[in-house]
Design a protein around this ligand. Structure first.
Ligand SMILES: *Cc1c(COP(=O)(O)O)cnc(C)c1O
Length: 428
């Protein structure tokens, strides 16, 4: 293709171009290992002097095709898959920030990521400062320390749907000589491409819309290939000084702006932690990506219709959805994701905890599940599930009121989803 393909074409064809007589679909190479004619050739692979596959803990052709498709969708230079979104965020940060390092992080992030950072990575000797996504420029600036190595945020936060001012966070990171890492799981590159707004590293839980069918846990990391590690060499010795485990390779010199971050992440973190996806799992993600552009459009249309229905209903106390003009983040959403944000809507039923439960148990189309962001509509009541140990006052303090219902709007017919909500609300 001469002209750069459009996003839908990348969804269907990106990252894999079969040659003459080769399979149309990405082949599932379900093999741990690969054969070589000489041990000398094999040695070059181990030393990163030649590229090729040798063991699927590090790299696998199926996984690499799918990673290349996600990289093309985000507009990056290199990418990799991981076995979960948790592994992707851990690797993305730990690749450049070790013991003694510090991260500036938006406080509006997925609970699992918050736990990873604030509990587990603190135990590993990393430090985090959490800032409100709505903080002033001065407050954001004041969060940086001499040992800050990166800034982290979510484009649309799970579950409270905060839309991050991506440019502002990217500019703050760059003015302090560090990269901006963003988790783009909820909008997906169909609705938002953070690299176009200055983000340096993009992460995903492919478990959500990318797979899209509630079938496979997975993650991905994409590098924009723009952050100049050598210009800030003293901050990032892992990329700018010799790696003894690879005969003294300096990643930033050998693999350049476009390849250093991901090569180091595969060669060190995937080698040592082994959070690699199976070829079968990668294949499922690749299949999901082929309809991502169609599904995201439908998720957003359905969610918009559901949000408008709920807002007009007299038994509903409040609705939060970035596509509603009444949303605090409506203007940011219009800027960064004008075609829609995601399919998740949160709302409260008048009558609090008890009313929420009564309404949810009467639903027939939307099932009660912990999942979000797949083809099937589902609901979760955090006060009675993920956060059930908290009192109403503690929930309020955590920004999750007792009446909050998180509804992940699927791609069924909007009429049926809304009809289901309407009949369930009659019980309240
Ligand atoms: C689900 C999720 C994760 C964690 O992903 P897993 O695939 O469940 O490990 C990380 N970030 C966001 C925004 C998520 O929604």
């Amino acid at each position: 293709m001469s002209k750069k393909p459009n996003i839908g074409t990348i969804c269907v064809q990106g990252g894999y171009a079969p040659g003459n007589g080769q399979p149309r679909q990405i082949p599932i190479i379900q093999s741990t290992t690969f054969k070589y004619d000489t041990s000398e050739h094999m040695g070059k692979l181990f030393d990163l002097e030649a590229s090729g596959y040798f063991y699927s803990r590090l790299q696998n052709p199926t996984c690499d095709h799918v990673a290349a498709r996600i990289t093309a969708l985000e507009g990056g230079t290199a990418g990799m898959l991981t076995s979960s979104g948790q592994a992707a965020n851990f690797f993305a940060v730990f690749n450049i920030c070790n013991q003694g390092g510090h991260v500036v992080c938006s406080s509006s992030i997925y609970g699992g990521t918050y736990n990873l950072f604030n509990v587990t990575m603190r135990k590993m000797g990393l430090d985090f400062t959490f800032v409100s996504p709505y903080c002033s420029d001065a407050e954001l600036d004041a969060a940086f320390k001499p040992n800050t190595k990166c800034v982290f945020g979510e484009s649309v936060a799970n579950p409270n749907l905060t839309v991050l001012d991506i440019e502002r966070f990217a500019n703050a990171a760059h003015s302090h000589g560090v990269p901006f890492i963003i988790d783009n799981t909820f909008p997906t590159p169909i609705n938002c491409r953070p690299i176009e707004w200055g983000a340096d590293i993009v992460t995903h839980s492919t478990t959500k819309y990318m797979d899209g069918h509630a079938s496979t846990v997975g993650g991905a990391i994409v590098d924009a290939g723009r952050f100049d590690w050598l210009a800030h060499a003293e901050k990032f010795p892992g990329l700018t000084t010799p790696d003894d485990s690879y005969h003294g390779i300096v990643y930033a010199e050998r693999f350049g702006l476009g390849g250093a971050f991901i090569t180091k992440c595969v060669a060190q973190l995937m080698r040592d932690f082994g959070a690699s996806p199976s070829a079968q799992s990668a294949y499922v993600v690749g299949l999901g990506l082929e309809s991502l552009h169609l599904r995201m459009k439908r998720h957003c249309e359905n969610a918009q219709a559901v949000a408008e229905f709920l807002q007009a209903h007299d038994k509903i106390a409040w609705v939060n959805f970035p596509g509603l003009p009444s949303s605090r983040d409506y203007t940011l959403a219009q800027k960064y994701m004008p075609n829609g944000s995601c399919g998740v809507v949160s709302f409260g039923v008048k009558g609090g905890r008890a009313a929420a439960e009564k309404m949810m148990s009467a639903l027939k189309v939307a099932i009660i599940a912990t999942h979000v962001a797949d083809a099937h509509s589902c609901v979760l009541h955090p006060a009675n599930a993920t956060h059930r140990q908290l009192s109403d006052a503690e929930l309020e303090a955590a920004g999750i009121p007792a009446d909050l219902i998180r509804l992940s709007v699927g791609i069924e017919d909007a009429e049926d989803i809304i009809g289901d909500l309407a009949q369930a609300l009659e019980n309240v």
